[in-house]
Write a protein that binds this ligand. Structure first.
Ligand code: NAD
Ligand code: DAU
Length: 354
């Protein structure tokens, strides 16, 4: 029994691979292109572990994907690989269309050919698990009910449009070809190995460096935050017990405004690593809003709880404390990801000198 994971060197993928090997133990083949967001340091603890086979490669490379499926005969393909940052999709959408749309198409076609050749018993057990996002549902009004799985698709950014396209393909491959697929749509994750271009790690890293904490617009946009290891346990639950062709929303029941998040981080840093210059909140700076900025996301996670008994283990208070502590303890990891390419991004996005 083996699983094939794509994007397993990124934030969620690497947490998933580490947790999978700790909890399940089945071998993992990990296909990742190592873009700016992929980092083998996340998987350093697996060095020498024969149950983890890392392959650097592109999900758009059909011969490579065919070869991996043929060689390793995985019982499931878990598809995490993506371009994932909304701001980058606004500055340069092409990479999002290529990886998120063409890449998902390539994987679906390779998996379909492979699945079609399997003997009946293995064919019935095979799974294509597509990891997606709540952003495909668009933006909620302040008092609107949270997103259920039946909410219409209303993607608003190039990123969410590319993820919506990939979700639609996965659905179509089930309806047309009978492919054994499941899709999960998750809310905002946070935790260890989160690349510091995203809100929570960016705020921690900037605060520790004494840099401005850039809040887009009025800071009142709402996200529903989930500790990354809870996302990983939900994916394992859906992989094992999810109904074929279904989608499952995953969320933490933790709606917070961006300003609340940043004040919480500042408060934790004031407690854990006080700055003689004063409270970290002095660094909060309001900057130009993100174009097309979605106002609110919130996930109704009752379906996965009802059908599979999954609930998050962490509250926001426990998860954010663990996260801040992780960044304080892993300054080397932060220093290593802040490579030249990262500095170029910060300069393009926030107008700071590179
Ligand atoms: P990430 O950007 O941290 O990691 C993406 C990984 O994919 C990287 O390791 C990168 O090298 C790899 N990759 C990119 N293009 C590739 C290609 N063409 N071929 C092979 N590998 C490639 O992303 P993440 O935050 O870990 O997100 C993982 C998945 O979860 C994505 O599909 C994303 O849409 C989804 N998701 C993310 C969140 C979140 O809050 N981060 C929430 C819900 C869903
Ligand atoms: O909802 C799930 C999605 O969450 C995932 O699909 C995406 O891959 C992931 O990146 C995330 O998207 P967001 O756009 O919600 O996350 P981000 O961390 O970029 O921003 C969170 C909020 O914080 C958002 O309202 C924008 C705001 N923000 C972000 C940055 C980077 C700021 O105010 N300042 C910033 O510098």
């Amino acid at each position: 029994m083996t699983i094939l994971v794509t994007g397993g060197a990124g934030f969620i993928g690497s947490n998933f691979v580490l947790d999978w090997l700790a909890h399940v133990g089945e071998p993992v083949v990990n296909l990742d292109a190592l873009t700016y967001a992929g980092n083998l340091q996340n998987l350093a603890s697996l060095e020498g572990n024969a149950r983890h086979v890392f392959v650097q490669g592109d999900i758009c490379d059909r011969p490579l994907v065919d070869r991996l499926l043929e060689e390793h005969q995985p019982r499931a393909l878990l598809h995490f690989a993506a371009e994932s940052h909304v701001d980058r999709s606004i500055l340069g959408p092409a990479a999002f269309m290529r990886t998120n749309v063409e890449g998902t198409f390539t994987l679906l076609e390779a998996a379909r050919a492979h699945w079609g050749r399997l003997p009946a018993a293995e064919k019935a057990g095979f799974r294509f698990h597509h990891v997606s996002t709540d952003e495909v549902y668009g933006s909620l009004a302040p008092d609107a009910p949270a997103f259920t799985e039946d909410h219409p698709y209303e993607p608003n950014s190039p990123y969410s449009a590319s993820k919506a396209a990939s979700d639609h393909m996965v659905r179509a491959w089930f309806h047309t070809y009978g492919m054994p697929v499941v899709t999960t749509n998750c809310s905002n994750n946070y935790g260890p190995y989160h690349f510091p271009e995203k809100l929570i790690p960016l705020m921690i890293v900037n605060a520790l460096a004494g840099k401005p904490l850039p809040i887009y617009g009025d800071g009142q946009n709402v996200r529903d935050w989930l500790y990354v290891r809870d996302h990983c346990s939900a994916i394992r639950a859906v992989l094992e017990g999810g109904r074929l062709g279904e989608t499952y929303n995953i969320g933490g029941w933790n709606e917070k405004t961006n300003l609340e998040i940043v004040h919480t981080i500042c408060g934790l840093l004031d407690e854990l690593k006080p700055d003689p210059a004063g409270p970290y909140s002095r660094l909060i700076t309001y900057v130009k809003d993100r174009p097309g900025h979605d106002r609110r996301y919130a996930i109704d996670a009752r379906k996965i709880e009802r059908e599979l008994g999954w609930r998050p283990a962490e509250t926001f208070d426990t998860g954010i404390r663990k996260t801040v502590q992780w960044y304080l303890a892993n300054g080397d990891w932060v220093a290593n990801v802040q490579s030249g390419a990262y500095r170029d991004w910060v300069s393009a996005q926030y107008g700071e000198p590179a």
